[in-house]
Design a protein. Structure first.
Length: 377
């Protein structure tokens, strides 16, 4: 990546030499050029929110910016990219969206997230740290910035305008007004499930901002809940890519002796899963882990993995995450252990499962979704 301060070597995480997706895009480059051309003072506290693979904080490392991210993979990519470019460990503070933000922010740089709710939550959390002299700049591709995006900046921080588009990227230029009245933060948000969906019928689900379908139960999860396997006894079960944890919580309610591990790469998701689990007073044992899939889980230690894999990485459609999840599941399952997957019918997950496990069976299907089971022989 070419920046006003030199060339950077950047990769995504986990690094895959076959992956042709870059660790930055035109919106990152546009923001960095703007900072240099406008000679923005970076000597104070610089905070970068939503830096997807660490490109922004790596380019600005000389100014010791603070990164705030919801993504474990983004955080690991940042660590690797900082090291790759000779930045001393610890120079760039790496915070999560669940951490307390800095008390004072002089320059706030926001990589617009896909989730409008996450943007709302983060702007409301960061607004008290801004002052009249703070510089606030958002960046994103044109297709990522909508009227609703600008309205959030305007309503929460202050007067907002956009730049001209360059290479299909745009900047958001906001003038903060610290004394203005702001709306209350609606996150986390809790709702109760309706009847007819198993052990979680009528029970609360807690969602932090940015979690998939945070204001309602999505139809895929609803279908999965209606076809989950029955378990009994002290089983070790993983809710892989747990989101708000409703799937793992349902299994734990049905089998109080189960030990359920909730795993997601999103800090917001794991916080939601833990809150959902606790809100339901589950008598079993739950473990909550932010991480790269099943990395760190012992091989042959799990009886059942439940998985609703994502098929998007930001704006890119890819099955790489699902493939890695399936590989991880096969490694951690005991002989006879099972992986249960739900996905859109057109994604063809049954082919991947047959390739990995040597078998794949359809448990349930409808015109849109299919629930598959693979057994480790």
């Amino acid at each position: 990546m070419t920046t006003p301060w030199g060339e950077l070597a950047l990769t995504r995480f986990p690094e895959d030499p076959r992956d042709r997706l870059r660790a930055w895009d035109a919106s990152d480059a546009y923001l960095l050029r703007h900072l240099a051309e406008e000679r923005v003072d970076l000597s104070g506290t610089v905070v970068v929110v939503g830096d997807r693979w660490g490109a922004l904080v790596t380019a600005l490392a000389a100014h010791a910016p603070t990164q705030i991210t919801d993504s474990h993979l983004a955080q690991e990519a940042t660590r690797a990219n900082l090291a790759r470019n000779g930045v001393t460990p610890g120079v760039v503070p790496l915070l999560t969206t669940q951490d307390a933000p800095p008390e004072r922010i002089d320059v706030l740089l926001v990589r617009v997230p896909k989730s409008l709710a996450l943007l709302e939550d983060q702007l409301l959390r960061l607004a008290p740290a801004l002052h009249e002299g703070s510089v606030v700049i958002g960046t994103g591709m044109v297709k990522e910035i909508h009227t609703s995006t600008l309205t959030l900046f305007e309503d929460i921080l202050g007067p907002t305008r956009t730049s001209l588009a360059r290479q299909k990227a745009r900047l958001i230029l906001c003038t903060p007004q610290p004394g203005r009245e702001r709306p209350a933060n609606p996150w986390p948000y809790t709702y109760r499930l309706e009847d007819g969906i198993g052990p979680v019928s009528g029970r609360p689900v807690v969602n932090h901002a940015g979690v998939f379908c945070a204001d309602r139960l999505d139809i895929g999860t609803r279908f999965f809940l209606q076809h989950l396997p029955a378990t009994d006894g002290p089983r070790r079960i993983v809710d892989l890519g747990c989101g708000n944890g409703v799937v793992g919580t349902s299994v734990a309610l049905a089998n109080p002796e189960a030990e359920v591990l909730f795993v997601d790469e999103s800090f917001q998701a794991v916080a939601s899963a833990e809150a959902t689990y606790k809100a339901n007073g589950v008598p079993g044992h739950g473990e909550f882990r932010v991480g790269d899939g099943l990395a760190g889980v012992a091989s042959g230690s799990v009886d059942l993995v439940l998985n609703n894999p994502p098929f998007h990485s930001h704006q890119a459609t890819t099955d790489a995450t699902a493939w890695r999840m399936f590989q991880g599941a096969r490694r951690v399952l005991r002989p006879g252990g099972e992986l249960w997957v739900i996905g859109n019918r057109h994604l063809g997950y049954h082919l991947k499962l047959r390739r990995l496990f040597g078998n794949s069976a359809v448990v349930a299907s409808d015109p849109k979704f299919v629930v598959l089971r693979a057994v480790k022989r």
